[in-house]
Design a protein around this ligand. Sequence first.
Ligand code: RNT
Ligand code: ZN
Length: 408
Amino acid sequence: MYNLAKSEYAKYGIDTEAAIEKLKEIPVSIHCWQGDDVMGLDGGGALSGGIQTTGNYPGRARNFEELKADIKKAFALMPGKKRLNLHASYAIGATVDRDKYEPKHFAEWVKFAKEIGLQGIDFNPTMFSHKNVKDGLTLSSPDAHIRKFWIEHCKACLKIAEYFATEMNSHCLVNIWIPDGFKDVPADRLTPRLRLKKSLDEILSVKYDKKKVIVAVESKVFGIGVESYTVGSNEFYQNYAAKNGICCLLDNGHYHPLEYVSDKIPALLAFYDKVALHVTRGVRWDSDHVVLFEDELKEIAKEIVRNNATDKALIGLDYFDASINRLSAWVTGQRAMQKALLYALLTDHGELKELQDKADFTTLMVKQEEYKTLPFGAVWKEYLKRQGLCDNYLTEIKKYEEEVLSKR
Ligand code: RNT
Ligand code: ZN
């Protein structure tokens, strides 16, 4: 099947071998928080901040050992280069609060990441699920003590990120997302943003190695219970990032459902050296469903591939489904991302761009339709085979569920 597919693609001027080789090298950063419904390991308890996992599928990882075991199992079923995306709330054995976290609280994660052969570690300050989220606010709080606590937390995270980068010999993306906002019509939309701006300035005033640590800010349109106003909005962060030489992170659940992140990627590529992504799947809203091989995902992958941005786009996953087997959720989403990248690599973008420039929109449309029925599946299977994997990961996961998860 693969050989037939190879010759079929060759007729379109596409080299399947080159596509497979390239795909192997594109890293995807996989979020640790799918494994435990974003609970974390530092005793935060209930999830807060306007995000929510729904479902109560048995077998959730309840501690570090279980989470490591699940990550190990799930990651082994994922093809390609993998990074681990950690939240600060996954600190190990910390007896201090989040403002005083240190690299040593994450040393076990580094050991583990090396042990399972990951390319790098990315990091996120955790500014939710904590008592110092006061009246729903963190870095934009009117209370100076609250702001200070979270500023110190972010500064600590920059240090930890530098440690990750040094240990893993690969950059570390530090993504700043805060839940700050209001449920109902605010009386002042500006002052909280000015406070956030000042807090960010303070965080970024610490010295950190910019080659090792890439700082990003993640905007959002609304959250649960925070429907009317979000301090860290898209315009706020894009301007902040541009003026301060940091990076934007686009989460495709964080815009109006009729807005597309695939279109925002090239807009940012015109101005930024890097664009970070949280790939998710919003169903009617920012629902964080498991990523599937769907049209918008394909468009996102196309924008990365056809703009030669595989080094510029920092691809991370962000979803959490507690209604199905959590390992299956992990693997399905990561494979969908890889499929979309392969699909984009198996396209002659040069030819299509030329058709656009010649205004031959008839041929462009027909060609794009033709691509959709080329034997993509055979190339995907071959890629998996070369990665020592097969299409069927469910049998393995079901076995793990029976032997491990069901006993929890
Ligand atoms: C929330 C943001 C944020 C979180 C994670 C857990 O809407 O998407 O990225 O999902 O940090
Ligand atoms: Zn996100």
